[in-house]
Design a binder for this molecule. Structure first.
Ligand SMILES: [Zn+2]
Length: 501
């Protein structure tokens, strides 16, 4: 549990705003005009995080704000949860402050990446879409090169206390992951010499698909730099403690996420503390101007865990092989369980797509036709993983692929094939209220898209750099360990498919 005592729960906040944000009867509309029988769900989980948390009125304001830079420092966007942004909307940070720690995925991109300044999906930054406001035009950052393995290991050591899953292989796009790019130079991002890395600050780790940059052609010490830049993405700001990963200068020392309240540093950046309302939870006496880096990381991710257990698709509705009636109305859905507070879920309509539709998907991480905006922390079994509603569908065979991963790369999948027949009469019955249930869904917060703000604390490499690359020693030739994701992918491919008889 984190900071719950200080703030009202999300559940009670939703109660206050219900009637608008969380409709009892999910609305829906045809996926395509030519097939009024196939309905896309417009339920609570398809709405942006801010709308789920703050209700329609605020969300409307939010939607009117196009992402743009304000005062050259702050990115104003619908997925920003920083303090000035919330103040501009006249709301407090309460909902952003109250969720259970949950595992996070970090993709260390060292093989070269091309990034664009816009995402095209309403997000201001998105790792899976290779977009970030840190670049102003399309930029290709080259591969890191020879030191990749040792720096990767050093970064892993920094994260070791926390429930962070690192990978050097890119996860599937419906898995929210923080991407930290190591490659190229500061000049490529329009930054001056001496800048080792750059990132946007997103308070409280709400945005789990952010992007940061690290420049090996400009600085040594890429593990140290990436440790800091990723932490900015999770809401940490600079401190004045030279041993802290969040010290604004790359000094090649022995660093860690320090477990004490430290003064926020104004040595670089614009001097505005963006996530004071989060820092204050861990360092009350600091009034928002002190930060405990270790405890904040713990608050976002929790302590390190091992997880080799696949998520479980408990059931689907209809079941695989079911025969449904042309006169029925039902929603294709699933019950899913996992032993951690994060799963990534994707439905794909495989056979029987409506005429005029090439594909239709619904998934987590804002990369599908319809979204599951679940937030950074949730219990899979409490979410209604509804895909599509059939309303008097024509006779035929329909199949849907359901894929599920947890943060550790454990995955499972199932193909669900059904028949719709005239008078088919369905043993498994059930109209509308499909099995998956209308669980309170939204519960703890949605995710996808949280904050992006701020300004790029340019981490000046400056002084530091005593030439040894920061992270001492160990230059093994071993490739970075990325096993979890790869194993997960292998596990997903080629198994557990059940076909209709
Ligand atoms: Zn920094």
């Amino acid at each position: 549990m984190r900071h719950t005592s200080l703030f009202v729960s999300i559940a009670s906040l939703l109660a206050l705003t219900s009637g608008n944000a969380v409709a009892a009867e999910p609305a829906s509309h045809p996926i395509t005009p030519s097939a009024p029988w196939a309905l896309e769900l417009d339920d609570a989980l398809s709405k942006p995080l801010v709308e789920q948390w703050y209700g329609t009125e605020v969300a409307q304001q939010w939607r009117e704000i196009e992402p743009h830079w304000k005062d050259d420092t702050q990115l104003m966007t619908r997925d920003s949860f920083d303090e000035p942004m919330l103040a501009a909307l006249g709301v407090g940070p309460v909902p952003a402050m109250n969720y259970e720690a949950s595992p996070g995925v970090v993709f260390v991109a060292m093989d070269g990446v091309t990034l664009r300044p816009t995402c095209g999906n309403g997000d201001s930054a998105h790792s899976a879409l290779n977009c970030t406001p840190l670049v102003s035009s399309e930029v290709t950052f080259p591969p890191f090169g020879a030191q990749a393995a040792s720096e990767y290991q050093q970064l892993q050591a920094y994260y070791e206390p926390f429930n962070i899953v690192m990978t050097s292989g890119r996860p599937p796009d419906f898995v929210p992951y923080t991407m930290t790019v190591i490659g190229g130079s500061a000049a490529q991002a329009g930054l001056g010499g001496g800048v080792c890395g750059v990132a946007n600050v997103a308070c409280d780790g709400l945005k789990r698909n952010h992007v940061s940059l690290n420049f090996p052609q400009s600085c040594p010490g890429m593990a140290e730099t990436a440790g800091q830049e990723t932490a900015h993405n999770w809401g940490l700001e600079h401190t004045e403690n030279q041993n802290d990963i969040l010290y604004p200068f790359n000094n090649g020392g022995s660093k860690r996420f320090v477990d004490e309240c430290m003064a926020i540093s104004d040595a670089t950046g614009n001097g505005i503390t963006q996530c004071g309302y989060v820092h204050e939870v861990y360092c009350p006496a600091g009034m928002g101007e002190e930060q405990n880096s270790y405890q904040e990381m713990l608050g976002v991710f929790g302590p390190a865990e091992e997880d080799v257990t696949d998520p479980i698709i408990v059931s689907t509705f209809p079941e695989d092989g079911a025969v449904m009636d042309t006169n029925e109305t039902f929603t294709v859905t699933a019950n899913i369980e996992d032993d951690s507070r994060m799963v990534a879920v994707k439905w794909t309509w495989v056979d029987g797509l409506p005429d005029g539709t090439d594909s239709y998907t619904r998934c987590t991480n804002n990369v599908c036709d319809n979204d599951f905006v679940t937030g950074p922390s949730f219990v899979a079994s409490e979410i209604a993983w509804d895909f599509v509603t059939f309303d008097n569908a024509p006779e035929g065979t329909y199949s849907f692929l359901l894929e599920v991963f947890d943060a550790y790369g454990n995955g499972t999948s199932q193909m669900v094939t059904i028949q719709v027949a005239e008078g088919g009469g369905s043993a498994e019955g059930g109209n509308d209220e499909s099995g998956g249930g209308d669980t309170g869904a939204t519960g703890d917060g949605p995710g996808g898209t949280a904050g992006e703000e701020g300004g790029t604390a340019g981490d000046a490499g400056a002084d530091g750099a005593d030439g040894d690359g920061g992270s001492g020693g160990c230059r093994t030739a071993t490739p970075p360990a990325s096993a979890a994701w790869m194993l997960g992918l292998l596990a997903l491919i080629g198994i557990r498919r059940r076909r209709a008889a």
